[in-house]
Unconditional design. Structure first.
Length: 198
């Protein structure tokens, strides 16, 4: 490594990090076909400036897609390392505006203390892992502004054998929530808040 490169901050560790990010960028969100397939659900989202909560953000892929559609996004994940990796990749490497895309370490049960309100909540492939899913769904409803939407996608035995321990999570959650409408998709519910604005 030349001394000029070291002076410019191009250390071997920095070069390795940039190479890793470049490879991740090429393959993002990863090789999981279920995740890639769920990207088609973005067609149900609103576009333009709005506040979105990505509940169970994982690697930040859907947070990034919401950000690209014009939203201000708060992404929560219980795994601190995953939160840091998403922040480093999407904000530091890809250059997303941290005023419009933020990553926080929290569980869905922490939403009991949440005071912000959202126009949309995205929760993909997360609710089926929650023991008290009805409680979390009620929190989602409380956090939605009048007319807000919940985009919920949960694996069932039919859609994904990995999640066969909680095959009725969607049906249980749907009964616990005031429904405005449902989308015509076997494993996705779009719930619209029916709260009045007055």
């Amino acid at each position: 490594m030349s001394s000029a490169a070291l002076r410019k901050g191009k250390s071997p560790k920095g070069l390795l990090r940039r190479a890793r990010h470049a490879l991740r960028n090429l393959l993002y969100p990863g090789l999981d076909l279920h995740t890639r397939n769920r990207a088609s659900l973005c067609a149900f989202w609103d576009h333009g400036l709005r506040d979105v909560l990505d509940a169970g953000s994982g690697n930040g892929y859907f947070s990034w897609l919401a950000y690209r559609s014009g939203a201000r996004v708060v992404a929560i994940n219980f795994d601190r390392k995953q939160t840091e990796k998403a922040r480093e990749f999407l904000i530091a490497y890809k250059g997303c505006d941290p005023r419009r895309l933020s990553f926080e370490t929290a569980t869905l049960y922490d939403l009991d203390k949440e005071t912000r309100q959202f126009d949309e909540i995205v929760c993909y492939e997360t609710i089926e892992h929650i023991r008290d899913d009805a409680r979390v769904i009620r929190r989602f409803f409380r956090l939605l502004r009048p007319g807000g939407k919940l985009h919920l996608c949960a694996a069932t035995r039919v859609t994904n054998a990995r999640h066969s321990t909680r095959p009725k999570a969607v049906a249980t959650s749907a009964r616990a929530t005031p429904l405005g409408r449902t989308a015509p998709c076997s494993n996705r519910l779009a719930l619209r808040s029916t709260k009045s604005s007055g």
